[in-house]
Design a protein around this ligand. Structure first.
Ligand SMILES: [Zn+2]
Length: 358
């Protein structure tokens, strides 16, 4: 873990010179270590087949998508319990669209073709999930990934809503996210002066919304009002977990100032946490967002299955090099965030002063 080293018996100037030399040496060592890990991962990835790189992920996506006709059939039932089961199945399809697929599309992790990744990005994010690709890319790809846990940049502060009490924030407010996300998207684009993008985004989102409502009306026989309620109720199914995952994996870990940020290997290893014990979320959200989050931050271009494959290499290398490998269960993090809500989600996070490896 990063720590502060104290010196005595030397002049301040001499101590500072020694410290700078040590820092430089450690930086070189860390960079070499990261280069070595890059080499190991690259060698592993080069040996993988298309099936291992992308085929497994698409099979999982198609299997979840097979729930779409099942859900439309179940939602047509007059039996309330069957209807609820239909909502659950419909919600799982949305969960895969809005998290696993939209996230991987943003990272060009769905296939080798950049053009197809851009197509899937718009399909899964804007058309299916009503969230702007441009806003998502700005927040996630341009800021969160390169500046993970750096205060004022990728510090996850956009997830904080300190006005809300803990149980409201953790379990109730996320249910409204599917209704709010298209409004937030368009508002942010307008505020940024991207009028053309806002209009294009609104058009794609409206087309997606209309398509899903049409499916519910034609194949499940729902009225317009019931189709809209069903759509947003099903989309709320995975949003509490979506919020949890986003805060559990970074908040509460060391945060750094932009001026004094550590080398990338330390920034990522101390600032990311893998969530274990929820294979269901691994399937719906993807390994890169759940059990291989650190691997994803170190190698963001890898697909979900590639992250799973390189995980043992990354874990072993990080531990052998004395770096931090954060892991915890979803349940433990949930208990911690409910208990320490004020410390973690209301108060400003303390800054970790990186000086070197203690
Ligand atoms: Zn990512």
């Amino acid at each position: 873990m990063p720590g502060v080293s104290l010196r005595s018996g030397k002049s301040l100037a001499a101590a500072a010179t020694d410290e700078n030399k040590n820092e430089d040496q450690m930086e070189i060592t860390r960079n070499k270590s990261l280069q070595e890990l890059n080499r190991k991962v690259r060698e592993k990835i080069e040996k993988l087949s298309w099936w291992q790189c992308y085929g497994v992920d698409w099979t999982v996506i198609c299997l979840i998508y097979s729930l779409l006709p099942v859900s439309l059939y179940l939602l047509a039932s007059p039996n309330f319990l069957t209807y609820l089961l239909g909502i659950a199945c419909f919600g799982l399809v949305h969960g895969v669209n809005s998290t696993r697929c939209a996230h991987m599309g943003a990272h060009n992790g769905l296939c080798r073709s950049k053009g197809w990744n851009i197509f899937w990005r718009y399909f899964f994010s804007e058309f299916c999930s009503l969230f702007s690709v441009e806003v998502g890319m700005d927040i996630h790809i341009k800021v969160h990934h390169p500046h993970t846990n750096v205060i004022g940049l990728g510090d996850s502060s956009s997830w904080r809503v300190p006005q809300l009490p803990r149980y409201v924030y953790m379990f109730f407010a996320p249910l409204f996210l599917p209704c709010l996300s298209p409004l937030i998207s368009v508002k942010r684009l307008f505020q940024a002066g991207k009028i053309k993008s806002a209009v294009k985004c609104a058009f794609i989102m409206f087309s997606g919304l209309a398509t899903f409502i049409y499916l519910l009306q034609v194949y499940s026989g729902l009225s317009l009002g019931k189709a809209i309620v069903t759509l947003f109720a099903s989309r709320s199914l995975t949003t509490p977990s979506y919020i949890h995952v986003n805060i559990f994996q970074h908040i509460g870990l060391p945060m750094y100032s932009q001026k004094n940020r550590p080398p990338r290997s330390i920034l990522m290893s101390t600032g990311c946490l893998n969530l274990n014990g929820v294979p269901f979320l691994d399937v719906i959200f993807g390994h890169s967002l759940i059990s291989c989050h650190l691997e994803h931050h170190l190698f963001p271009h890898l697909s979900d299955n590639m992250c799973r494959i390189v995980k043992p290499i990354v874990r072993e290398h990080i531990l052998q090099n004395g770096l931090t490998y954060n892991e915890d269960t979803y349940w433990n993090r949930l208990k911690l965030f409910v208990k320490e809500y004020d410390t973690l989600m209301v108060n400003a996070p303390p800054i970790t002063h990186y000086i070197g490896i203690a």
